[in-house]
Design a protein around this ligand. Sequence first.
Ligand code: ZN
Length: 638
Amino acid sequence: MIDRRGVAPLSVLLVLAGSLAPSSPPPTPYPDVPLGSGVYEVPGDTGRGSEGRPNAGFVVTDSGVLVIDALGSPYQGKRLLATIRTVTAAPVRWLVLTHHHPDHSFGAIVFARAGARVIASPDRHMLIADGGDDELVASWDRVVGVQELQGFAFADTPSIPVTGDTTFVFGGRRVAIAHQPDAHTAGDLTVWIPDAGVLFAGDLLIEDGVPMVVDGSSAGLLAALDRLAAYHARVVVPGHGRVDPDPGAQIVAAHRYLDSTRVALGDALAQGTPLTRVLRRMPPPDTGRPVSLASRRQRNAVVIYQEMEKRLMGVGSGPAATGPGVSGPAPSGPRPPGLVPAAEIVVGRPRVARAARFTPWATLLSTDSLAMRLAAAPGQVTVVDVRTDFGLYLKGHIPGAVYLNVESLRSFADGVPNLLLPAESYETLFTRLGIRAERPVVVYSAGDTRNIDATYVAWILSGFGAPVALLDGGFQKWELEQRPTAREYPAAVTGAFHGRRFLPDRATRAEVAEVVRLHPADAVLVDARAPDQYAGVAGAQMRRGHIPGAISHFWQTDLRDDLTHVFRDTAAIRAAYVAQGITPDKAIIAYCNGGLESSHLYFVLHDLLGYPRVRVYDGSWTDWAARPELPIVTGPNP
Ligand SMILES: [Zn+2]
């Protein structure tokens, strides 16, 4: 066994943070970047992977500010505080540390003195602290300089320890803080702000896709990456480096890197290649730059080699290799619990072990991202064309796309013309289309009017726990940008589609009737149809009008009213829903005529905005209007 410390000595100390501190520095603010309503990133100064000052952030709530990471010294902490002060004078009440490494936590004392409560993992164990706290401070001192550390005291011991998944409510805002065990360190926390769609990933992610396994394990890190992907975040802030416009990209890159490293080292072990020879074959580490790209790769190789060795010998725990090819139940996704407690905290949930599966895709994919991914992994993506007209598919489609008419997904049942099919029908159909657990799926519709077909497919696929992305702007935008199209039909994909048990977020007629009858304060019906149908002056169903109490939110208003028909800015969409009282604390049932338009609302509320309790009434107005005993209302009001 190789002594980890022999290869990764104390000097590894991470980061060459903003080294030249002035002697009595005024706390000048850093630039900040707004990420969504009241959520800000304070970008680090790096352009080089893990080197430099890390990213931090803060969230403004009605009762104070939540800070995410304290940076690497009291000096940096003061500058971070000054940054917050340029945005709000509200008290800083909570500080979350994504982990205990000094570059993220040594500024904590500033926030503790300002009255903040520290939220962190109680597990402070890390390699660089093996020599004790004094040695840790002394070595960090050599990194950031003595002036920066003036006024330093340890303040990273949590007053609110987090050891599982916990949903906090800070000043009315829900924030999910999850412990990601044994990943980058023993005590990594991620911070998810569902109403803004923003995820702070800490050092589980680094901009260049090579996170460090320094105090954790590659198995733990892979499992954590799967959980990060399952948030379907709109914005993911890595521990170091830029925020990628495609929120899934850094997760994909990190996953791929770790997977391939595990495979390569597993092979080396199987062939009896000693670690020293493996390391010699790699680019050498950079002396004096312990966290440069080459140095990180070397250090990770050491840790992962040992991990694979233990696995080979049957010691150690952790999942087997994850990634493409591994099936199993999909992660159910980090669904926050339905109940919002009025108190500051506190819905603790025991961590449920989830089988790892790779769900790397953003929920909404730009044409740019799709083009890039198709170029990077040709034939490895299932692209589904759901334009209504089959003839258009024959004339030309996005290269590699298969065809699906959305009408093959619903049919007559129980006296209703348009209900969901049984799970087996979908499994057969998805198998034929080449949809597989290990292949990312992208669905596109025409983009001009029938976006609802793509969201309907997405709604059904998410009922199986299958990750699926929607092409923003659909075929129309792809064509407007003169991107390549093809007339060839893709070859069949082997294997079969296996999702988890089919549990679509679906509401029945009886459940809708219950909401109409009881009018619970925390439930809301939303009508996704055009206003004239809602008012009862148009429509082909048996009766015209809407379900009593339903709020009218026409699905097309969530899209930009231009040629591209891309989704409007998330903050604007959210504001529009909130203004109508359609808020994330409520149980929402969307309906339309037959389930398509309401699937659009489902996609927006559930997948883009992160609302936890959204369902589609698939029978919809077609079903409701056909039953004379059920009440209806006409006119423009609920
Ligand atoms: Zn770190």
